[in-house]
Structure formats: C-alpha cells, structure tokens
Design a protein around this ligand. Structure first.
Ligand SMILES: C[S@@+](CC[C@H](N)C(=O)[O-])C[C@H]1O[C@@H](n2cnc3c(N)ncnc32)[C@H](O)[C@@H]1O
Length: 254
C-alpha cells in the first residue's frame, strides 16, 4: 500500500532521485538500438521514460494500479501492464534487455522475480538491476532512519529490512541465477533541497517504507522525528545537497 500513491507524491519523495538515476542506470545497463526492453517495477515511469528515448520497443510492469496509470500517461507508446515481478504477463524469450530500478528489495520473493525476469528474457539478453545502498550512502533515507532510531530503537530502519544493499550481494545473486559476464558498479546522484521543509514534507505523504512509518506515528512523535531529522541534517537554514548511491549489477542470460 505504501506505493499506492500519485506520481506527484512519489516524485517529491523518491522521483527526484530516481528520475536522475534512470539516465545513469540506462547507461550502465546498455540499451541496444531497436532493443525490446522490459522495465520491472516501473513505478510512475522514471526509467521507462528514459528507455523510450533510446529504443522503441519498451514494456513495463508494476503491481501498483496508480503507478501503472501514471507510467502509461507518461510514456504513451510503452506497453505498460499491471503485474508483479513474479508473474510477468509476457511470453518466454520476449526481451533483449530486462531492467529493474529500486525494486529488488521490495519483492516478497526476489528469486521468483528473477526467475521470471530470466524467463521473459531471450538467450543472450541482459538482465540488470539497481538498489539503493540503504545501509549508508542513500543520505535522504539514512538520515530519516537514523533519526527514527534515536527515538525508537525498534524503528524498522530500512538498513535492517532491505537486502541487496551492496555490489557483492547483487553479484552473488546474479551468479546464483546462472547469469554470465557479470558487472557491477556504484551509481551516484544528488539533489538540492531549497530548505528543510522540502526534505521533510514528502515523508508525510505516506510513500514507501519511510512515508508509511511517518504516517503511522501520532502527532507528537512525528514532531519529535521531524526535529531529530533536522538535527541529523546539521540544522540547515539554507539550501543543502544530499547524495544517493545505488549499487547496480548486470549479467547475460546463457
Ligand atoms: C522505489 S519504487 C521504484 C519505482 C521505479 N522503478 C523508479 O525507479 O522510480 C519501488 C517499486 O516497486 C514496485 N513493487 C513493489 N512490489 C513489487 C513486486 N512484487 N513486483 C514488482 N514491483 C513491485 C512498487 O510498486 C514501486 O513502483
């Protein structure tokens, strides 16, 4: 439910990062001319939109209805379908490239998702994914969860619940799925916040695990968390930059 959100709420929270990451990740994944490409967990279409500037055969899937509608509106020529990664509604061997940006950690069964991504990828196709380094180098989320943990040691900080936070974990998973010619990398993006309110407000919109946690708190605890985030950020009184590092992997189907 934390992804049952509008594109504008998502963009204020995560899209400001994922819109940039999409360009860097598409470069890393390498989109061949005229390739048939599938974007798994497309959200409101940050990566789908970039893929559509590089090839004409773009498809996308997400289990969130609001995101599927938003992605379809954003990229009208793409074949956007409502589906989870583990049940992709395409035939075997349909794609030259299957990509997934910031999704693997949300899959209830990542192995089942990867098997399905392999099924729809033709022999020799590339499968590529990236996820945030939730444990350290995604400053927007790291700040939020560090602040939450100062108030509540049992807060569900994403570093403890999110797998796939390192290149090593991704490479080991790609190896376990029999992919070949595996390459991994760090992908860094950054964004400028005009002020602290611009950082804080998106958490109150309920998007993603951070938003779900913030909106579950009573008003007093939420205010304490807001103050703790302000302190964690060094009490900014002007604009400030935050960086985010995603770890990425790609490999070829046998
Ligand atoms: C952080 S968002 C990333 C969205 C988009 N790829 C981007 O980069 O902006 C995570 C996405 O994973 C999707 N998701 C959650 N569970 C999923 C599943 N089982 N299969 C596929 N996607 C899933 C969510 O709906 C959401 O769109």
């Amino acid at each position: 439910m934390s992804f049952d959100a509008s594109r504008s709420s998502y963009d204020r929270y995560m899209g400001r990062y994922s819109n940039q990451l999409a360009h860097v990740f598409a470069d890393f994944a390498v989109v061949p001319a005229d390739a048939k490409v599938l974007d798994v967990g497309c959200g409101p279409g940050a990566l789908t939109e970039v893929l559509a500037t590089r090839t004409s055969g773009v498809a996308a899937a997400d289990p969130s209805e609001s995101f599927v509608v938003a992605c379809g509106e954003r990229v009208p020529d793409a074949d956007v379908r409502l589906a989870p990664a583990a049940q992709l509604p395409w035939n075997d061997d349909s794609f030259d490239l299957v990509v997934s940006q910031l999704v693997l950690n949300f899959l209830p069964d990542a192995d089942a998702g990867l098997r399905e991504m392999s099924r729809v990828a033709r022999p020799g196709a590339t499968i590529a994914a990236c996820t945030w380094d939730y444990r350290g180098r995604m400053q927007m989320l790291r700040t939020f969860w560090d602040a939450a943990l100062t108030l509540d040691p049992d807060a569900p900080g994403e570093q403890s619940t999110m797998p796939f936070c390192s290149q090593d974990e991704l490479v080991a998973t790609w190896q376990a799925h029999g992919l070949r010619d595996i390459t991994s990398a760090d992908l860094e993006v950054s964004t400028t916040y005009d002020d602290f309110e611009e950082y804080w407000l998106p958490f109150t919109l309920g998007v993603g695990p951070g938003g779900a946690y913030a909106t579950s708190l009573d008003a007093e605890t939420l205010e304490q968390l807001k103050n703790a985030c302000f302190t964690q950020l060094g009490s900014p009184t002007a604009s400030f930059d935050l960086t985010a590092v995603a770890v990425a992997v790609r490999g070829r189907q046998p």
